[in-house]
Every structure is written in C-alpha cells, then in structure tokens.
Write a protein that binds this ligand. Structure first.
Ligand code: ADP
Ligand code: MG
Length: 401
C-alpha cells in the first residue's frame, strides 16, 4: 500500500511549499473548457492543503504540445476556472524554467496556488528527464501525486518527480483523488461482492483485451455491447453488414466465447441504420437479421431490458464503453439505459464503478454521476488497473509505514 495525503499530519503543511501533480487535461474548443470534471475532481486535495495553510505549487499537462510552447494549449483558461471553482487565488507561472519564473513562486503566500504552465511545453516531460524532475522536486517539501488520469505514464512530472523527491529524502504520496480511484478499482478486482457484473462496450476489442482476460474468470456475467459486440457476432458466424468490425480479432472473440460460456452475454437485438447521421431512421432487428447495407449503432430494446435486469440483480457492477454511437442522440438510448440501470442498482446498495472517458461522459449526460459509487477520471489508467497492470505513477510513491 502507498502512503496517502490523509496520513500526513495537517499541522505539518502550515507554510510549507507542497508540489501537487493534478490531471487538469480538460477538453477545449476554441480556447473554452467544454468539460471541467477533471478540475472539479482535483479540488478536494487542493482544499485540504490550502485549508492547512500550505503553499501549493501545481503541475499539469494539457493536450499534446510535443515539448514546444504552444499558445493554444496554455493552462491560462484552467487557472481561471480553477480559481472560480475553488475561490482560491491561482497564479499561472509562465516562462518555463527561467529563474524569474521560479522567483515568482516565492510570491505565493499561504492560501494561494502557483500553477506552473503546461508541463508538456518542456521536452523533458514525456521523456521522463531526471534533471527536469529534480528541478521540480527542489520547489517543494512534499510531492502529492493526484493525477490518476496519467498514472499509467512514466513522465517527469509523475513518476520522475516522485523518484526525485524520494532521492532527496522527502516523500511522495497519493492525493485524495488518486487514493479514491485506487481504492474502488482495486476493490472490485480483489473482493467483489457477488453477483459481479461487468459491462463492456465501445469501439474496439483490441484496446481492452487485457481487461477482458483479467475479468472474464472473475465475473458472474460479462455483458458486451457497442461495436465490440460486432466482432463477437462475426465469431458466431452472423452477418454484420457495414458495421464496425475488427477482422483481425474475430478468432480471439471466438476463443473468448468458448472460454466465457454462459458468463459471456452478447446482445440479442440491435438498432441498425443505413445512414449514420442526425436525420437517420434506425430500425430494430434481431442480431441474426442484420442486412448487407446496415450499420449496427446501438443495442436493441430486448438487450437493454436483459442487461438492465442483470445489472439490477448484481451487488458489484463495473462499466466501461458505450453500448452504441451515443454521441448521436438517436443512437444513445442503450447507453443511457445502462447508465440508469447502474445508478438504480447503486441506490439499492450495489457498488458501481464506471471507467473510461466516453462512459464517464455518458454517465454525466444521463445525469447519474452523483448516484454511482465511483466514476473514474482516468480512461487509460482505469483500464490498466482493471487489466491487473501496475501504474508507474503509483509504483513510484512512498510506501505506507
Ligand atoms: P471509453 O472512452 O468509455 O473507454 P471507448 O473509447 O472504448 O469508450 O469507446 C467509445 C466510442 O465507441 C464512442 O465514440 C462510440 O461512438 C463508439 N461506439 C460504440 N458503439 C459503436 C458502434 N456500434 N459502432 C461504432 N462506434 C461505436
Ligand atoms: Mg474513449
């Protein structure tokens, strides 16, 4: 087990500079933040530190600037939103690693946040340059890694900084969000209360093979929807028309069908369309009746009812991947019903965990986030954990005493 920020005596923080790595990598559209969930999820750790009188030096990346300062990917809008949401003064520190930039950190009095400009403006970030990590480590007395969303990457501001901190005799601990993510995602693997149901969907099997092979032997039911189901249909010898299929994974799907037996549940019916677009007129067909020109875009009503019923009778539910092309309203019903079924199960005391960027967005759209036990902020990182992999951003932290 790794040490967390909750195990540090709050009196110790008073007046000290504390380095925090958060995942403030929010989606932007022409300079505006379109979804601030990651900023909101980072607030508890920042509030804990600032309430205890710490001076917070905050690090995050934004987008993929490729090691070059890129004005469109400045953290400036994030600094503004963070200040609005938290009520704390947030000062954006630009100018990379010039002595002037660091000097201005001294200006941060107790109760304020110095947000360092986009860590990926520096080439050493993704290269995990130890010198860059050491220069950051020198800025604080403790490192708090709260960036679960990038915990699967070994970068200078994540695992590198933790190592540099430990090398200079200080500690690197998990923030509140990181600790919460680990608690729920590890718990569902270690000792899930049964029945344990996993719902998987999304575009591809290929990115989720590790998760499927880790979970299939542990679950009572693995429900498959989304385009992922199409590849399984082909493994059953069914026609899928013009639907998205991973031809090179059909054999793998056939193996999983055999291994899974009755634990693996595929859709009985689907929503199909000739045109994918807003004006489309979709039809419901049995999975054996998909025509040559059809595209499968959602699970059908029989499947929605069957999946919802199985979710409703479960004590632990994990969901990753939409059931259809939920970005288009006409094809979103299956995904939204799954989100509601999980929230209903949680209302009755089940443990529900939603992982994945698109699934989290779907849960938000369904308006159920507050009712589900845990909605993960990390797509890739949550998938790695569910596949049983360890995360560099976690491995590098100080062990609990
Ligand atoms: P998450 O981000 O939750 O892990 P994924 O990224 O794996 O989910 O998958 C989400 C994508 O899968 C969405 O863009 C959605 O449109 C797409 N998708 C789901 N079902 C289908 C389908 N039947 N045909 C085409 N795309 C689909
Ligand atoms: Mg996605």
């Amino acid at each position: 087990m790794k040490k967390t920020i909750s195990e540090v005596d709050p009196f110790w923080f008073g007046g000290r500079p504390i380095l925090v790595r958060a995942d403030l990598n929010v989606p932007l559209a022409s300079g505006r933040i379109t979804d601030d969930r990651k900023i909101r999820a980072s607030l508890p750790t920042l509030e804990l530190l600032l309430d205890a009188g710490a001076r917070v030096v905050l690090l995050s990346h934004l987008g993929r600037p490729g090691g070059q300062p890129t004005p469109e990917l400045s953290l400036a809008p994030v600094a503004e939103r963070l200040s609005d949401l938290s009520g704390f003064r947030v000062e954006l520190v630009t100018g990379g690693h010039s002595p002037e930039a660091f000097a201005s950190l001294e200006a941060i009095s107790a109760g304020g946040i110095a947000l360092l400009e986009n860590s990926r403006f520096l080439a050493g970030e993704t290269a995990n340059d130890p010198e860059l990590a050491a220069s950051w480590a020198a800025l604080g007395d403790l490192f708090v890694n709260d960036a679960f969303g990038v915990a699967h990457r070994a970068h200078a501001s994540t695992s590198g900084l933790a190592q540099a901190m430990i090398d200079r005799g200080a500690e690197a601990v998990a923030g509140l969000l990181m600790a919460r993510e680990l608690r729920f995602l590890e718990e569902v693997l270690r000792l899930p209360e049964r029945p344990f149901t996993v719902v998987l969907g999304g575009a591809k099997i290929s990115g989720k093979i590790g998760v499927i092979s880790m979970l299939l032997p542990r679950v009572d039911r693995l429900l498959i929807g989304g385009a992922m189901a199409n590849t399984f249909f082909r493994a059953l010898g069914l026609a899928t028309g013009r639907s998205l299929v991973e031809e090179d994974r059909i054999e793998l799907a056939a193996t999983l069908v055999e291994q899974g037996g009755e634990r693996l549940v595929l859709p009985l019916d689907c929503l199909v369309t000739r045109e994918v677009g807003d004006g489309a007129a979709p039809r419901v067909v049995l999975r054996s009746d998909v025509c040559e020109d059809d595209k499968i875009v959602d699970i059908g009503p029989q499947t929605r009812a069957q999946f919802s019923d199985m979710i409703g009778r479960s004590r632990t539910v994990v969901w990753n991947g939409p059931m259809g092309v939920f970005e288009i309203e006409t094809f979103a019903e299956g995904t939204l019903q799954i989100a509601h079924a999980i929230a209903d199960a949680c209302d009755r005391g089940a443990l529900g965990v939603i992982g994945g960027g698109d699934s989290g967005a779907a849960a938000e759209r369904a308006g159920v986030v507050g009712r589900v036990t845990h909605v993960s902020t990390g797509g890739g990182a949550s998938m790695r954990l569910l596949a049983g992999d360890s995360l560099p951003g976690v491995d590098s932290l100080t062990e609990r005493e």
